[in-house]
Design a protein around this ligand. Structure first.
Ligand code: TXA
Ligand code: MG
Length: 354
């Protein structure tokens, strides 16, 4: 149900961290410290921040997003050592922090009592992240508390990579939005849980399994990352079980090599059909092209995927075809987001009838 709200959402565009910008960030920090909600940029996606020390703020976050309250929030800090205030940290955390923080890595650890159960969806663990974005870091410092922040989208929608996406979903439901342009990475952080000598990837992101392997001996990937139907009713990471990243348009993942993919899409396309394509391939398609960039690189695809899924709805497309990326390496984050926006289905025209 859509709840109407007449809360006014204050919008502020950060440009150069001069006096007025810092005043706005200070004001945003006070809003969080006193129990309100502020959307802010990170290097991955925009987050919807509230005090991580307040069950009341967590409740407001869940309501604003329309998110099930058993899906825990990530707690953001602005210094490696601040993890100790909220979690029982160990050597593995410090090794990872030295290698990847600030950056797109979230580490799940045993939580301390200062974090209310409402923030962690009742789990005894907490997800900790030190983001690499100046606005985010200044905001966390200004708030003076750790900041609980899920992605700043309505639950189920693609994550927001611009302040415009946030406005579209949350205008009138939150206190303030800090705009700092497009997020550089574009998909959410890698979420890992620590094990004895290693870790398990619960959600893939820009910090890949190979990168983690340079620090930890044993790096596993939870099976639900590749096959969402394996999440079950009580997955390691509750977010795994929810429908995600779904625009109104149907996303259809097709497992074919590039030339066959082009022929296939052209053979089924109508005027409501869209396709993800690079600049080079664009002119070969006889349907609406959603441009991913110059080449089919993981970085460009990560950067554009969520914005393009939203654009598909703006253009009122019925179907969006995407060539299936490899389920490995730097493509794994993209694969994971796409397979979930396609409700777990992959079309293999060579081996099956539609
Ligand atoms: O890049 C990001 O991580 C962004 C920015 C804003 O920092 N945040 C983000 O938060 O993506 P959210 O709430 O949309 O996704 C958090 C994910 C969910 O899949 C959730 O289930 C998982 O992290 N998670 C959080 N706490 C957890 C915990 N204690 N144990 C296992 N999984 C956890
Ligand atoms: Mg999210």
């Amino acid at each position: 149900m859509r709840v109407k709200s007449d809360m006014r959402t204050e919008y502020y565009r950060i440009t150069d961290f001069s006096g007025p910008d810092m005043d706005a960030i200070r004001k945003a920090g006070q809003i969080i410290a006193s129990g309100g909600l502020v959307a802010f940029p990170t290097e991955t996606v925009y987050g919807l921040g509230g005090s991580a020390l307040s069950a009341d703020s967590a409740g407001k976050i869940y309501r604003a997003k329309g998110r099930p309250s058993d899906n825990p929030l990530i707690v953001h800090i602005s210094d490696i050592k601040d993890a100790e205030k909220i979690a029982y940290v160990n050597e593995a955390y410090y090794a990872l922090a030295e290698a990847f923080m600030p950056g797109p890595l979230t580490v799940v650890m045993h939580k301390k009592d200062i974090i209310p159960d409402a923030v962690t969806g009742g789990l005894d663990s907490v997800a900790v992240r030190y983001p690499d974005n100046r606005v985010a870091l200044e905001l966390i410092k200004a708030a003076g508390v750790p900041v609980a922040a899920p992605s700043a989208n309505s639950s189920g929608m693609p994550s927001p990579t611009t302040a415009g996406h946030v406005m579209n979903d949350l205008d009138g439901k939150i206190d303030m939005i800090l705009d700092y342009g497009e997020c550089s990475i574009g998909v959410e952080s890698t979420v890992i849980s620590l094990k004895d000598n290693g870790c398990e990837i619960l959600r893939p992101g820009a910090v890949t399994a190979d990168m983690l392997h340079t620090v930890l001996k044993d790096v596993g990937i939870n099976p639900a990352v590749i096959n969402p139907s394996e999440a079950g009713d009580r997955p390691r990471s509750p977010g795994m079980k929810y429908r995600h990243y779904s625009p109104r348009a149907e996303v259809i993942l097709v497992d074919l090599p590039e030339d066959r993919f082009i022929d296939y899409v052209n053979s089924v396309a109508d005027d409501k059909t869209g396709v993800f394509a690079t600049e080079k391939e664009a002119e070969k398609f006889r349907c609406t092209v959603l441009l991913t960039g110059d080449d089919y690189t993981p970085e460009e695809l990560n950067h554009s995927v969520f914005g393009l899924l939203r654009k598909a709805d703006d253009l009122e497309l019925g179907k969006v075809y995407v060539k299936l990326p490899p389920a490995e390496g730097a493509y794994l984050a993209l694969y994971n987001r796409l397979i979930r926006s396609a409700a777990g289905k992959i079309l293999r025209p060579d081996t099956e009838e539609r």
